[in-house]
Design a protein around this ligand. Structure first.
Ligand code: FES
Ligand SMILES: [Fe+2]
Length: 278
């Protein structure tokens, strides 16, 4: 079990007595080490980025190098949940994720990171669990490998993007100067389906909502999530990384006050649609 020190820093979990290593997963990631730390300490993305594996997250506690949370397991209908604790040892380039409660309580995942380049890292993921027999061992190995392949596919895409935004020095909340472009007759724009338009160095999506045409910026101001295919519902666009919803009209986010999408709107000039950003 993990131990706590005075400054909200925890030691890595130790492999519980009687547990054995049931699987090892190796992978080279297009991801910086800093990107991996930011990703694993970001508990909030769990049910959004990993929606096929997890259904909810409730933060119970967190400190400088750890978090503990109750996490719902897919499928949603079964209402199963686990309490997970993740502890990071940055100097040691490793972290542990332990199941503290729920199905598989005690199981421990130890991940070791080996930097390969500025935006490339190898990871070795060891799965330690209590095993009763060979059939269970094989089933666990297959399940862990299958689930972790999916989780790391999703995390790698997120880290690749945040690394690329950092490398390009993209400021997530910077305002760009006002720019406008005429898109053409309303009927043609409306029938064209969702359009991605470059406007003053930014990317904007134009799409139909019922009889209306709406537009929004494609860069989430929270952590840079991609809004290219984000769900639009109830007049809001929902970021796929952490589920923050931004009002199309004002750009405002209800969950995080002060967080606003870059302003974008549509006007009609006669029969022509004009897109305005900034
Ligand atoms: S990046 Fe976090 S909600 Fe968009
Ligand atoms: Fe993740």
């Amino acid at each position: 079990m993990s131990s706590q020190t005075e400054r909200g820093v925890r030691a890595l979990a130790e492999i519980p007595r009687g547990h054995e290593r049931v699987a090892v997963y190796h992978r080279t990631l297009n991801a910086s080490v800093d990107g991996i730390w930011a990703n694993v300490l970001d508990w909030e993305h769990i049910p959004w980025l990993h929606a096929t594996t997890f259904t909810s997250v409730e933060l119970l506690e967190r400190g400088a190098n750890y978090w503990r949370a109750r996490v719902g397991l897919a499928p949603r209908g079964l209402s199963r949940a686990v309490v997970l604790e993740l502890v990071v040892d940055r100097p040691g380039l490793r972290y542990t994720t332990q199941t503290l409660e729920g199905p598989g309580a005690g199981a421990l995942v130890l991940t070791k990171i080996q930097p390969r380049g500025p935006r490339t890292s190898d990871i070795v993921v060891e799965f330690h669990a209590l095993v009763r027999n060979q059939i269970q061992r094989v089933a666990m190995r297959r399940a862990y490998e299958r689930v972790y392949r999916v989780l790391w596919d999703e995390d790698e895409a997120m880290i690749e993007r945040t690394d690329a935004l950092a490398a390009a020095s993209v400021k997530l909340r910077a305002r760009s100067p006002r720019t406008r472009v005429k898109l053409g007759p309303r009927t043609s724009v409306a029938s064209a389906g969702p359009l991605i338009v470059e406007l003053g160095g930014r990317r904007v999506r134009v799409l139909r909502q019922g009889d209306e045409l709406v537009a929004h910026d494609l860069l989430c101001p929270h952590m840079g999530g991609p809004l290219d295919e984000a769900k639009v519902e109830y007049g809001r666009v929902v970021c796929p990384w952490h589920g923050y919803a931004f009002e199309l009209e004002s750009g405002r986010c209800q969950r995080a006050r002060g967080l606003c999408l870059h302003p974008t709107r549509i006007e009609l000039e006669g029969d022509d649609v004009v897109l305005i950003s900034g």
